[in-house]
Design a protein around this ligand. Structure first.
Ligand code: ADP
Ligand code: MG
Length: 687
């Protein structure tokens, strides 16, 4: 890395301003790439201007005035041989009044708009010229910048570092030549100083080979780094658990169902991993209801059979509680002791759990985030299972990994990790941001599920829907009524839930109505969920706390209010709470016609048309970009700055095998490439 202080001609003031953009090295400055480009290489005749066009005009000022109505503005008329263009400035300096005096020749650049007097430009850039001033020879790059740092200073600074010594090639030619991409130096020259004949559209949409080269470099760096993490993990030590499964077989014999073929396949993959002497890091993906819990349980049994403890973590108390109950009902008949741990349990109960975990009496500990805390000491933890992994941060997973290190032992052992997620990860994401993990997919639902019917209903038809809820509940079914998400205020959300609950009790005096929300005491929550599971409550008014994992098969109707405000994966998760039994299930999405945004509309269309979690996740990626889907994972993983997973999928495909090959054959290229690209990203994954 070359610090900016070593770059001749860069003033300390400019250096400190670049620092504000996070740019402290020449390499980082080079990779500070333009957002867009202005074409100041041409001058357009005023007669030929087109609405919406970004363009440059040259003319002589024929009139200038400051008007005060409707608000203060500087108005300037610019004339060339073909017509007059109006310039308008709502903020302006005395120096601009002085510059744009009648008679002065100017070049202005801006967007052509329709104004009161014909075409105009609002706040164009303006420059004093004479008839002899040559036009620019390159397209003008526009950089992301910060207050006080002008585009001109940025361009000058970039110009200082655009030198051969800093533009060395990191990759062997076969890598980029096979994709018909240019070398690094010429790509950088082109992007920072494109010649006038460079095609502006492909520079702007980044499909130009120079952009593609950089996107490829970035994706390749990500692949290399992820593969290195992968390799590092294989050098760590974990307990190798023999693939015997007497306990699992006993449980399977007791279950009222058979595993689906997809479940059997992933069970096999996990068993193989557990037999290795290095830690498993496997992501188990399966749509809502695909039966991940039993798969996790079978994995746990393999550890328990050999005397190792297992931790299972869920993101909410409701879900943790449900897992605890389900797993207890499966494991207690096998003589296995479980411990239960949450942040809110009574002190005595908690201390008892902690001691059972520490002395090894409890072979399986189920709980929430509480399991991460320092005071939780396992006797010998061999496997950590994380349900709904996208809800957990990288740091939490790391904390858990450390719990495997038994003190006093010669080598620190890491526990195996099984992460589960019902938010499917589109192919491009699992190939990039998740490339350090192994992935198993349950791509089949258990038999006998009837598909959920989804209805979109405008909220002026609430009465009808209420009638429907009543009918379902009086016919022995159960229903969820999900209250709207109110992001701005948790208090307001709570109030809405309380109001809805009161309202439902009033309109349905003969039904048993329940309420569950995030602010209730865990014991209250559990009591309500239990009553719902036992069919003592017919209609459950809920906030989105029921979004993850809750399993009450008899519930077959769900109404979601203001569905337009919710994210796609959230809607899909919520909807997955019904359709879990044999009865035909319906999910009604109530939306507000007035408040539905463009994105809201797009989302509703997707969720209405598809029941397939993968298709929905793909659409989500398209609508929102990767940030949404990555969830908390993004806090530990570098975000791609140049590459776009959708646009550049072909480059990602190409980068994967090349990364493998480079790692095996060209360590010098790997380290040069990672040095250039990794030092830009502070946030590289540390797990
Ligand atoms: P998810 O993958 O969403 O976590 P669960 O593990 O909660 O799904 O399973 C959903 C329901 O399906 C549970 O009631 C579970 O016991 C049941 N189940 C799991 N596997 C099967 C199977 N192979 N056949 C029938 N039912 C199953
Ligand atoms: Mg689940």
């Amino acid at each position: 890395m070359r610090p900016l202080s070593e770059i001749k001609g860069l003033s300390p003031a400019l250096r400190s301003q670049l620092g504000k953009l996070g740019i402290t090295s020449a390499e980082a400055l080079l990779l500070h790439l333009p957002l867009r480009y202005l074409d100041e290489t041409r001058i357009t005749a005023i007669r030929d201007l087109r609405l919406g066009e970004q363009t440059q005009v040259e003319g002589v000022v024929v009139h200038q005035e400051v008007s005060y109505k409707p608000r203060k503005a500087l108005n300037v008329s610019l004339q060339d041989d073909t017509g007059i263009l109006h310039l308008r400035f709502l903020h302006f300096y005395p120096s601009q009044i002085a510059l744009m005096q009648p008679g002065q020749r100017l070049r202005v650049f801006g967007e052509v708009r329709g104004g009161f007097f014909g075409y105009e430009m609002v706040h164009p850039t303006q420059r004093k010229v004479s008839e002899e001033t040559p036009v620019n020879q390159a397209l003008t790059p526009v950089y992301p910048t910060t207050a006080g740092l002008s585009q001109n200073s940025l361009r000058k600074a970039v110009n200082l570092v655009l030198q051969p010594a800093l533009l060395t090639e990191t990759l062997p030619a076969w890598v980029y030549a096979s994709l018909a991409l240019p070398d690094f130096a010429s790509s950088m020259h082109l992007l920072h100083q494109p010649s006038p004949d460079s095609p502006l559209p492909s520079l702007e949409d980044r499909s130009h080979p120079a952009w593609q080269r950089l996107a490829y470099d970035e994706l390749l760096a990500q692949q290399l780094s992820m593969r290195q993490h992968y390799a590092r993990r294989k050098r760590a030590t974990a307990p190798a658990i023999a693939d015997t499964h007497a306990l699992a077989d006993r449980l399977l014999a007791m279950l009222p169902f058979e595993l689906t073929a997809a479940q059997q396949k992933v069970v096999k993959e996990i068993r193989q991993d557990l037999g290795q002497p290095y830690p498993m890091q496997r992501l188990l993906q399966g749509d809502v209801g695909s039966g991940k819990t039993i798969v996790a349980c079978l994995a746990a049994l393999q550890l328990i059979e050999h005397g190792w403890q297992v931790a299972m973590m869920a993101p909410t108390e409701i879900l943790a509680e449900q897992h605890y109950k389900k797993l207890s009902s499966w494991l207690q008949p096998l003589g296995i002791t479980l411990a239960w741990l949450t942040g809110s349990q009574p002190k005595r109960e908690r201390e008892q759990s902690l001691s059972m975990i520490a002395n090894g009496e409890a072979m399986l500990a189920v709980g929430t985030h509480a399991l991460f805390q320092d005071e939780v000491q396992f006797k010998q933890l061999g496997l950590a299972i994380v349900d709904e992994q996208h809800r957990f941060g990288v740091g939490q997973r790391l904390a858990l990994r450390k719990k495997g290190a038994t003190s006093g032992q010669a080598t620190a052992l890491e526990p195996h990790q099984l992460m589960m997620s019902a938010t499917p990860i589109p192919r491009t994401l699992s190939m990039s941001y998740y490339a350090d993990l192994d992935v198993s997919v349950i791509d089949e639902l258990p038999p006998g599920r009837t598909p959920i019917v989804t209805k979109l209903v405008a909220d002026d038809r609430r009465e009808e829907i209420l009638q429907r809820v009543y009918e379902a509940c009086t016919q022995g079914h159960q229903a969820y009524w999900v209250c709207p998400l109110i992001e701005e205020s948790e208090a307001l959300q709570l109030q809405t839930a309380n109001d809805t609950f009161a309202y439902m009790q009033k309109v349905f005096p003969t039904l048993k109505v329940g309420l569950v929300h995030g602010r209730m005491k865990p014991a209250e929550k559990q009591a309500v969920m239990q009553a719902f599971a036992d069919n003592e409550i017919q209609l459950l008014v809920a906030t989105t706390v029921i979004e993850v994992g809750v399993d009450v098969p008899n519930a077959s109707l769900m109404v979601i209010e203001h569905a337009e405000r919710m994210g796609l994966s959230q809607l899909h998760q919520l909807r997955g709470r019904v359709g879990r039994g044999a009865a035909k299930s319906t999910c009604i999405l109530l939306y507000s016609k007035q408040q539905c945004s463009q994105i809201g509309r797009q989302r509703l269309k997707v969720i209405y048309e598809s029941n397939d979690g993968f298709a929905i996740a793909q659409a989500d990626l398209h609508i929102r970009g990767p940030g949404e889907l990555l969830g908390t994972r993004q806090s530990g993983v570098p975000m791609l700055k140049i590459a776009d997973l959708e646009r550049d999928e072909h480059l990602l495909d190409a980068a994967k095998p090349v990364a493998e090959k480079l790692l095996q054959t060209d360590p010098a290229a790997v380290s040069a490439h990672l040095q250039r690209w990794l030092s830009q990203a502070e946030e590289w994954i540390k797990v």
